[in-house]
Design a protein. Structure first.
Length: 440
């Protein structure tokens, strides 16, 4: 399933219709303008009542011979021939996995973590065509750009949208896409010819489409675009690497025990193989074995790079209480990391901040999220180090637009990070990006 599964993050402001669009696409049912479509995919009562997504959830859009296979979602319509997501995923020749992310500003850290750990191939950025883009649209674009994820902009709710409002929104979106932090060329998609022109050029261009989940306008073109998108992350190239499973969910299942869910980032593992789970507070890993695997609620005998899966792990009560999100499952023993080096760039913009030795910031590295302290800064100018200062010397200030080599130390516990991983650091909003260059 990993080779035919394209993962797409869906982000946008609270009133942009993210969950409604996903519900319409996956179930094949148009919205009634009062939340009918989104009720088919939302699971929490407070989300259904308020219409606001507060968690990260995934939903499947399946294709067979280029046509969408609608699924039942949360609706009880099996008698009408609609199948569950599990059933259609097994029979489809291509699958698109939507990651429905929160749009409200108070859930921004959840959205950042979802994008960081979700391994998205692309991102759909939804904008309400009836209103100008908000500051949250800017933040969502910056987050996707920070993680190197190509974006597709969808102008929603175009039914009944005044022409002057649509034009103003379109003009602002084009300017935002061209901004230095994004650096893409806007490209309007109106037909299948436009899709063929743009589908392999999303690193340089940002497609823009107009849709309505109420009238269905533009949805057929959007489905064809989603079906044509090539998989961007080629995890099959990581099969030769040691097994690496990123833990992003923990469950205690009666009769089974501890089950961890997450994403297989590299390698492969089979039933009964010896594995290491951690790191714990002191940086150590525990040694155990694999009890069982499940992919899309289907039991399998092995898992490999590029799939989301669940692993049942035999642990005692003390070990079970110490398992947390952000851990990894490996087949080779390593030590947890507390201090690491990274080459970073501070983003420009209205929410940018300055850094100096002693500054604390929240660091995202794939499924890892923890506060870290800046311990050393070496400013870089044209690839040459121009200054090197530590906590014992006068502080240098790392300002928006600056590049630097910095040393960061996790404040609370050891984590699993390695050289080459992309990092994003934030306070309220994303303030910088970088690459880990060394482990101490």
């Amino acid at each position: 399933m990993g080779n035919k599964n394209v993962r797409i993050a869906v982000v946008g402001n609270v009133d942009s219709g993210k969950s409604t669009l996903i519900g319409t696409l996956t179930t094949g049912m148009l919205d009634d303008g009062r939340g009918k479509a989104r009720s088919g995919i939302m699971t929490h009562r407070h989300e259904i009542e308020t219409g606001r997504t507060s968690t990260v959830s995934t939903h499947t859009l399946a294709f067979h011979d280029g046509r969408v296979i609608p699924n039942a979602g949360n609706f009880k319509q099996r008698l009408d021939g609609l199948k569950s997501e599990t059933e259609i995923a097994q029979s489809a020749d291509q699958v698109v996995t939507f990651m429905d992310l929160a749009g409200h500003e108070k859930y921004l850290k959840t959205t950042i973590h979802g994008i960081s750990s979700g391994m998205a191939d692309y991102a759909l950025i939804l904008v309400n065509a009836r209103h100008p883009p908000t500051h949250m649209t800017v933040h969502h674009m910056n987050i996707c750009a920070a993680f190197g994820i190509p974006i597709i902009v969808l102008l929603t709710k175009i039914d009944g949208c005044p022409k002057h409002a649509f034009k103003e929104t379109m003009d602002e979106i084009r300017n935002m896409v061209r901004s230095p932090n994004i650096g893409k060329k806007p490209f309007a998609i109106r037909n299948e010819t436009d899709i063929e022109t743009i589908k392999d050029k999303l690193q340089s261009f940002a497609p823009i489409m107009s849709i309505s989940a109420v009238t269905g306008e533009g949805l057929d073109i959007l489905q064809k675009l989603l079906h044509s998108l090539p998989k961007r992350r080629h995890h099959q190239k990581k099969l030769v690497r040691p097994f690496e499973f990123l833990v992003d969910g923990i469950f205690n299942v009666q009769g089974v025990g501890c089950v961890v869910s997450g994403f297989v980032n590299a390698g492969s593992v089979s039933l009964g193989d010896m594995i290491y789970v951690g790191p714990f507070e002191d940086g150590t890993f525990i040694k155990t074995t694999v009890k069982s695997f499940h992919i899309a609620r289907t039991s399998v005998n092995f898992i490999s790079a590029g799939v989301s899966a669940c692993i049942a792990i035999p642990l005692n009560k003390i070990e079970r209480k110490s398992i947390r999100n952000g851990m990894v499952v490996l087949t080779e023993a390593v030590a947890g990391v507390r201090t690491f080096e990274a080459e970073v760039c501070v983003l420009k913009g209205g929410n940018s901040k300055t850094f100096q030795v002693g500054t604390e910031t929240v660091v995202h590295v794939l499924n890892v999220k923890q506060t870290a302290t800046v311990q050393k800064i070496e400013l870089i100018n044209n690839d040459f180090i121009t200054s090197s200062l530590t906590a014992k010397e006068d502080n240098v200030v790392l300002r928006p637009g600056n590049r630097a080599k910095i040393v960061l130390r996790f404040k609370i516990r050891h984590e699993y990070v390695r050289t080459g991983m992309r990092i994003v650091f934030r306070d309220r909003h994303v303030s910088g990006v970088g690459i880990i260059t060394g482990i101490q």
